[in-house]
Design a protein around this ligand. Structure first.
Ligand code: OXD
Ligand code: MN
Length: 604
């Protein structure tokens, strides 16, 4: 399949590709055209290499399973860098390296790194091709697995090159698994750099460009997603006056046919995909999906905030996805999908924990070993994933590819919090809402290669994804109220589906029952829903939530809708400590908001 750069008319792109080819010294080059025939061919290549196993054609047509190397199973936040001339521009929450020094280091690492491999060139568009709000990237990678996933997750190929034209600008995204092949050396199914400290996910927001070395997994390697559409885009958005956010986008339709577009920021593996595709249990209510992970938002001509999903696929966490938790996701990946690190059944289908299907008597686990239910270990990796085309989602919204986006009525912030944080509360105004977003925290999950279940601050669910100083990011959010009439902006809410009782049981049933919370939110938007003003925001009273048909113990409901002053005083004190690191980059308005919260809570 090797060829040259004949298809590339853009002079800047051509000279970058020639430079990369000279540096990485691949065996051949291949420029992706985005055709169906090409996708099939790339998948065959992956099968031939042993990277993919084709699943049972009857049970799961045109689907594949990949198993990664055990050292390469999640995003590596400690190996992710924002490189600027001065550390202050990356801020205290990012790993920083000086741009020039990192460029030299990366150039040395990429020297000869594609030996024995094909250098694939993936022209891609985040957002509909040709939309003024879309961004063009070109990923160069030596991984066919990455190519197959990028084809599902983004708009790829010749049409992107055509839209780029002779002199259009693009974001160079250079990726290598970091495993050059010596002469005659046999390849492995999942090549990658195995030494964790030799993996580098590097961003140069000032150029902008991305260099990713050593990992073939998810957000480390599919560079359109976290690297471009969040880290690089957030820095571009700040300069250009818009927002690039780690948010799902859904449309909620009431029984009367009124539609509300809602975006929600939740940390990785906290149910964004489930919420985005939810089947409401409340009769007559409907949810349709626009996106499950990333929202690009800008103020439209009517002064409202419009959100667009720049992706075309879902890269969702598999374990826990079932016909109970997310039937629409289950229907989305019935065909044409890639599964990574799931278990393989003897029938040639996939399986994972909490799939709502009894465990098979025998399977091959994510590491390729025989597995039986009494094995004492998980069959699927906790961060195993499905990559599925968004257009296959049964509840995809008709406007999901609208280049102008959809006008938001509400923005939700949330996290995984066993204690303290109520089921839902509403901000008093935009500034208070931004304060709430800045104060968000969550227990960590398997989406990142570190300890799980540890409570950490995760402002706006952007901690791993903000491409510049988080203090400036807060200021940018606050500035939205100056760019439009504040009353046109979406209302802001905080939600917590993960509250637990003292004995560890979840107090709220979640999933489709979350429609009850969304209904209250829509009533607030309409100025009707009843709320009680508390020190932390406006909470629904138990009567204000539609709990028809839901059997929930009164004590659980009480705990879900009560503000525990002492716990919140501790929360505020901890936030004050957290804020200190931002120094004078912390907007004065947030300092004021924190002081006002402490005042309302009393006991200072
Ligand atoms: C993701 C993540 O893959 O946030 O979406 O880790
Ligand atoms: Mn995510």
């Amino acid at each position: 399949m090797a060829g040259g750069f004949e298809a590339i008319k853009n002079a800047g792109l051509r000279s970058w590709l020639e430079e990369v080819q000279r540096l990485c010294r691949p065996e051949g080059v291949y420029v992706c055209d985005g055709s169906e025939e090409e996708y099939a061919r790339i998948c065959r290549t992956c099968v031939d290499h042993g990277t993919f196993t084709r699943l049972n054609e009857t049970l799961r047509p045109n689907c594949f399973l990949a198993r990664s190397h055990p050292s390469d199973v999640a995003r590596v936040e400690d190996r992710t860098f924002i490189c600027t001339p001065e550390q202050i521009e990356a801020g205290p929450t990012n790993n920083w390296a000086e741009s020039g020094e990192m460029k030299r280091k990366m150039t040395a690492m990429f020297d000869g790194c594609m030996k024995g491999r094909i250098m694939y060139v993936i022209p891609f568009s985040m957002g509909p091709i040709g939309s003024p709000f879309s961004k063009t990237g070109v990923e160069v990678t030596d991984s066919a697995y990455v190519v197959a996933n990028m084809i599902i997750m983004t708009r790829v190929g010749t049409k992107v090159l055509e839209a780029l034209g002779d002199d259009g600008s693009f974001i160079p995204c250079l990726h290598s698994v970091g495993a050059p092949l010596g002469l005659g050396q046999e390849d492995v199914a999942w090549p990658c750099e195995r030494d964790p400290v030799k993996k580098f996910i590097v961003h140069f927001p000032d150029e902008p460009s991305i260099w990713s070395y050593g990992s073939g997994y998810g957000g480390n390697a599919l560079l359109g997603k976290k690297c471009l559409a969040l880290r690089i885009a957030s820095a571009m958005a700040r300069k250009e006056g818009w927002l690039a956010e780690h948010m799902l986008i859904l449309a909620l339709t009431s029984p009367q046919g009124k539609k509300y577009y809602i975006a929600g920021a939740f940390p990785s593996a906290c149910g964004k995909t489930n919420l985005a595709m939810m089947r409401p249990t409340l009769p007559g209510w409907k949810v349709t999906t626009i996106g499950d992970d990333i929202a690009w938002m800008r103020i439209g001509p009517d002064g409202r905030l419009y959100a667009m999903n720049p992706e075309t696929g879902f890269f969702g966490v598999a374990p826990g996805t079932s016909y109970d938790s997310n039937p629409n996701a289950m229907e989305t990946f019935t065909a044409n999908s890639i599964f990574t690190n799931a278990a393989l059944t003897d029938e040639g289908d996939i399986w994972w924990e909490d799939m709502g299907i009894p465990a098979p008597a025998h399977a091959i686990d994510w590491e390729g070993a025989d597995w039986t239910p009494d094995a004492g270990r998980k069959a699927a990796h906790p961060n195993s994933r499905f990559t599925a085309p968004a257009r296959q989602c049964p509840v995809i919204d008709p406007d999901w590819e609208n280049p102008a986006g959809v006008p938001l009525s509400a923005v939700l912030f949330g996290g995984r919090r066993a204690g303290t944080v109520p089921l839902v509360y509403e901000a008093f105004d935009w500034e208070h809402g931004v304060f709430m977003g800045s104060a968000a925290g969550s227990e960590t999950t398997a989406a990142n290669l570190s300890k799980t279940g540890v409570l950490r601050h995760d402002p706006f669910a952007m901690l791993p994804f903000c491409g510049y100083n988080m203090g400036d990011y807060f200021a940018h959010w606050l500035s939205m109220a100056e760019r439009t009439d504040e009353s046109r902006l979406p209302r802001i809410f905080f939600v917590n589906w993960f509250r637990k009782g003292e004995d560890g049981h979840f107090l709220w049933p979640g999933y489709g029952e979350n429609s009850r919370v969304l209904k209250w939110i829509s009533e607030r938007i309409e100025g009707r829903g009843q709320a009680v003003k508390t020190p932390i925001g406006n909470l629904p009273s138990a009567e204000a939530l539609d709990l028809t048909g839901l059997d929930i113990p009164a004590a659980d409901l009480q705990a879900l809708l009560t503000v525990d002053r002492e716990a919140w005083q501790a929360e505020a004190a901890e936030l004050a400590r957290y804020y200190e690191q931002f120094g004078d980059r912390l907007p004065e308005a947030l300092r004021r908001q924190l002081a006002a919260l402490q005042e309302r809570l009393g006991g200072r």
